[in-house]
Design a protein around this ligand. Structure first.
Ligand code: FES
Length: 106
């Protein structure tokens, strides 16, 4: 499956990813530096913030209460389409997913 991350400066990262891994893990393993993921995916850092493309947002599982509270901590502006990428588990249904990366994670 393929996912696309678009940086704030327009750089596109098109990655091959595996179902079952998190979007955060797929991005960091591919060396996408705009996702810091300081806590390693344990939902305590908010440095894996992404803006999910409008065409995809409604296809993701809903935001949990814990994710919602961590989304209050993002360095870049929180928007309606904000998610934490460690909380997005990739599935075949998300093949082609597009997310935008915030200007900063700090
Ligand atoms: Fe820390 Fe997602 S990696 S909250």
């Amino acid at each position: 499956m393929q996912i696309t991350l678009i940086a704030d400066d327009g750089t596109r990262h098109v990655l091959d990813a595996s179902p079952g891994q998190s979007l955060m893990r797929a991005a960091t393993q591919a060396g996408v530096e705009d996702i810091a993921a300081d806590c390693g995916g344990c939902l305590s850092c908010a440095t894996c913030h992404v803006y999910v493309d409008a065409a995809w947002f409604d296809r993701l599982p809903p935001v949990s209460a814990d994710e919602a509270s961590m989304l209050e901590m993002t360095a870049a502006e929180r928007r309606p389409e904000s998610r934490l990428s460690c909380e997005i588990t990739l599935t075949e249904a998300l093949d082609g997913l597009v997310v935008h990366l915030p200007e900063t994670q700090y």
